[in-house]
Design a binder for this molecule. Structure first.
Ligand code: CP
Ligand code: NVA
Length: 308
């Protein structure tokens, strides 16, 4: 049975720590001009139902750098995931062609269905429900800036969406104190709160509705779009509902000078944040984006080659 990367909760704290350590090591190697071509001859199928810049480019880059190759497959190429043929048929065809599948889908169930029939690793590259590669690259970034993860105060301001969910699970596993500040209507459902509680520590996730009270003394202030891909028709309503939740200079001041600003990108200026904050000294959004490459390099190696 192949090991997949579908949800952070499928991995233990120790495994996640190991992946972070390997990401750091690989980053150092590549930054110093070294190369690890352990994926020579391996191929990756990248199925994308939604647009992407960072995710697609980072996976393609790492496959090329590590000696393999990646195939970017858009909806129109395959006649729509699960439309021209069932996902289970497509998956079994891919089993015979490639070594790893990366998938970005609307329904989380589609990625689970791929994993159900895949004899090769499947990596969740974002669904409506979660974005685990993003959260782990973010953990690497926080670790680099704060020295350690345990006990760090991560304040997420905005929609309790796919990114927030994966950050919450990563925080629980890696010992962060995460506070999510969302309007009540945009907080995790009671069922999801129960699921988080069932995961246990060492970290903690709490919810507040006052972004200023949440922000004080944060190590990291994090935000994401108020309108995720697939929710475009709700955009105007969401802009109204998120009034007061913008991460701007005033909010960063409340947080304090030690606070780093993070955003998974793409960022919508003058909605969830401002150009001033993105361009400020506290912003580490481009290091965060770069770390997608470094974390995923370690992840693909772990899944396709095993431990070094
Ligand atoms: N953060 C992120 O996943 O970016 P893309 O949607 O551009 O891949
Ligand atoms: N929450 C956003 C993340 C984009 C990387 C979305 O799903 O559109």
């Amino acid at each position: 049975m192949a090991r997949h990367f579908l949800e952070i909760k499928d991995y233990s704290s120790a495994e996640l720590q190991k992946l972070l350590a390997q990401s750091k090591e690989m980053k150092k190697l590549y930054k110093s001009g070294g190369r690890d071509v352990c994926l020579a001859g391996k191929t990756m199928a990248m199925i994308f139902e939604k647009p992407s810049a960072r995710t697609r480019m980072s996976f393609e880059t790492l496959m090329t750098q590590m000696g393999g190759s990646a195939m970017y497959i858009r909806q129109e190429d395959i006649g729509g995931l699960g439309q021209r043929e069932p996902i289970k048929d497509l998956t079994r065809v891919l089993n015979g062609y490639v070594d790893v599948i990366v998938a970005r889908t609307f329904a989380h169930e589609s990625v689970l269905e791929l994993a159900r029939y895949a004899t090769i690793p499947v990596i969740n590259a974002l669904t409506d429900f979660s974005h685990p590669c993003q959260a782990m690259a973010d953990m690497l970034t926080i670790q680099e800036h704060c020295g350690s993860l345990a006990g760090r105060k991560l304040v997420y301001i905005g929609d309790s969406n796919n990114v927030a969910w994966s950050l919450a699970l990563a925080s629980l596993r890696l010992g962060l104190q995460m506070i999510i500040a969302s309007p009540a209507k945009y907080s995790f459902s009671a069922d999801l709160v129960k699921q988080l509680e069932a995961q246990g520590g060492p970290g903690k996730v709490t919810h507040m509705t006052d972004p200023k009270a949440a922000a004080e003394g944060a190590d990291v202030i994090y935000t994401d779009t108020w309108t995720s891909m697939g929710q475009e028709q709700e955009k105007q309503q969401r802009i109204k509902d998120f009034t007061g939740f913008q991460v701007n200079r005033g909010l960063m001041k409340v947080a304090g000078p030690q606070a780093k600003f993070m955003h998974c990108l793409p960022a919508y200026r003058d909605l969830e944040t401002t150009d001033e904050v993105i361009e400020s000294k506290q912003s580490i959004v481009f290091e965060q984006a770069e770390n997608r490459l470094h974390f995923q390099r370690a992840l693909v190696k772990y899944l396709c080659v095993g431990e070094s």
